[in-house]
Design a protein around this ligand. Structure first.
Ligand SMILES: [Cu+2]
Length: 483
């Protein structure tokens, strides 16, 4: 009898404990972070993408001093395309800031004397009017200091909020600030910083030269570029992020906009965990997560097999034609039980691309005309990297059974007018190149006579081909013959 009573008592106790637990959790969440004491001060480590500062671990809340400088500087948007970016700390997205709940951030914002415009910062992690924008408005050559206590854990966007706000954001003025919970986020093996943004240029996607911002396109939300980390190719090839088989990868994903919402996806992976919208709720087993403009998400996944995993905005034209494509390269042992397939390089490569103004922004540069063979080759290289490389590969080597080689290619060297015709009008049906049969489709390339001449001259004068020069008048002749 006594024993049954005891068991009953224990069960009741356990039952009450189990019932109490959720409310206890809730209570913990609502803990008053305004009263967390700070213990000493430290200078914040800031990093440029794709790197993030060291985890906070179990450190106490501190006075955290952030020194950030705004720089307006020319950078590369894509191969041959440059753009004047406005940046927080010299990178797009701006420097990553890592804090913990209870930190008192003392923010020193400098506007470099060579800059042309006033700027400020609105941090979504700030509880206070304008997120700091009102206290941080500064003219070039000045510095402002303001302080705030971080109260809510999560991953937050910061951005400039100076009028015209859309233009400041469109020029790259955004970044991420992480607020870790007490004790820090669980440890992982690799952490990276990836932030999407959309860009609007006077010239269409890929048009070379220094491209001014196009306000009308921005208002219309017709992006020429949608990219990760500020430029086409910031996370591809040698710039790819990396991991080893068996490691857990955490991506801090942000979206600066100004306009577009990102459908963030990693081809060949499933997110084991997503901190939805950068907050506290963890969702599991997610294929694609929505990252709103001015929002963020933390995604985590273990990489089980080697290979190249492609980061995309799954609004897929943005990925393949506007630049929203990155790579995670994973090294290590194959695991045939998980994935038996072959690893092939060359699939999922970028394919390239189409009122209020800054004073003296000027017009888009008009297309340059090549005057020497050397210039033609140089300009042809550009056309190649934007138009042909996705299929014929970086050094014209092609891909077996899919895209014929243009390097040391007997088919190409045998007949220049046929080559011109193929670029202008496309090609279907079986052909034999260097002894191998190809039976596929090449689409007609919608490029100018000058561009056809340049790209073919580039190809003929590289990779062991016969050094033919193709001129625009030769292209014109082939074009007219078809009509
Ligand atoms: Cu600004």
């Amino acid at each position: 009898m006594k024993q049954t009573n005891l068991i009953l008592l224990i069960s009741i106790a356990l039952f009450t404990f189990a019932c109490n637990n959720p409310s206890e959790k809730k209570a913990k969440k609502n803990v008053d972070t305004t009263s967390i004491p700070v213990d000493g001060e430290m200078e914040a480590e800031l990093t440029s993408p794709p790197l993030v500062p060291k985890p906070i671990g179990d450190r106490a809340a501190k006075k955290l001093i952030v020194h950030m400088e705004i720089l307006e500087q020319e950078g590369e948007m894509a191969n041959g395309v440059s753009y004047v970016y406005w940046t927080f700390g010299g990178s797009v997205p701006g420097s990553f800031i890592r804090t913990r709940v209870g930190d008192e951030v003392e923010f020193h914002l400098k506007n470099h004397p060579d800059n042309k415009l006033p700027h400020n910062i609105d941090l979504h992690a700030v509880t206070g009017p304008g997120g700091g924008a009102e206290s941080s408005f500064i003219a070039p050559g000045h510095e402002k200091v303001f302080s705030f206590k971080v109260l809510n854990p999560g991953l937050y966007v910061y951005h400039c909020a100076t009028a015209p706000v859309g233009m400041h954001i469109a020029n790259g003025m955004y970044g991420l600030i992480l607020v870790e919970p007490e004790g820090g986020l669980p440890a992982v093996d690799k952490e990276y910083y990836v932030m999407q943004g959309d860009f609007y240029t006077k010239g269409k996607n890929g048009q070379p030269g220094l491209q001014p911002f196009d306000m009308q396109k921005a208002v219309d939300e017709h992006a020429d570029y949608v990219v990760f980390n500020g430029k086409v190719g910031a996370l591809t090839g040698d710039n790819a992020i990396t991991a080893n088989v068996g490691e857990t990868v955490r991506l801090f994903v942000g979206n600066g906009g100004p306009n577009l919402v990102s459908s963030f996806h990693v081809i060949g992976e499933i997110f084991d965990k997503v901190y939805a919208e950068g907050g506290t709720t963890i969702n599991e087993n997610i294929q694609t997560t929505l990252v709103p403009a001015g929002g963020a998400a933390i995604v985590e996944f273990k990489v089980e097999v080697p290979g190249t995993f492609i980061l995309v905005d799954h609004s897929i034209f943005r990925a393949f034609n506007k630049g929203a494509l990155g790579m995670l390269k994973v090294k290590g042992e194959k695991n045939k039980k998980i994935y038996s397939g072959e690893l092939m390089e060359g699939i999922y490569k970028p394919e390239g691309g189409g009122i209020q103004e800054m004073p003296n922004a000027g017009e888009a540069p008009t297309a340059k005309i090549a005057t020497t063979v050397a210039e033609r080759i140089e300009m042809g290289k550009q056309v190649y990297s934007q138009t042909c490389v996705a299929c014929h590969q970086a050094n014209g080597e092609g891909l077996p059974n899919a895209f014929p080689p243009l390097a040391k290619a007997d088919f190409l060297n045998a007949d220049v007018n046929r080559a011109i015709d193929i670029v202008l009008n496309g090609l279907t049906g079986e052909i034999t190149v260097n002894g191998n049969k190809y039976n596929s489709v090449m689409t007609a390339q919608n490029i100018t006579d000058e561009e056809v001449a340049n790209v073919l001259t580039y190809i003929y004068n590289n990779w062991g081909n016969n050094k033919t020069e193709v001129t625009p008048s030769m292209v014109k002749a082939v074009r007219n013959k078809k009509k």
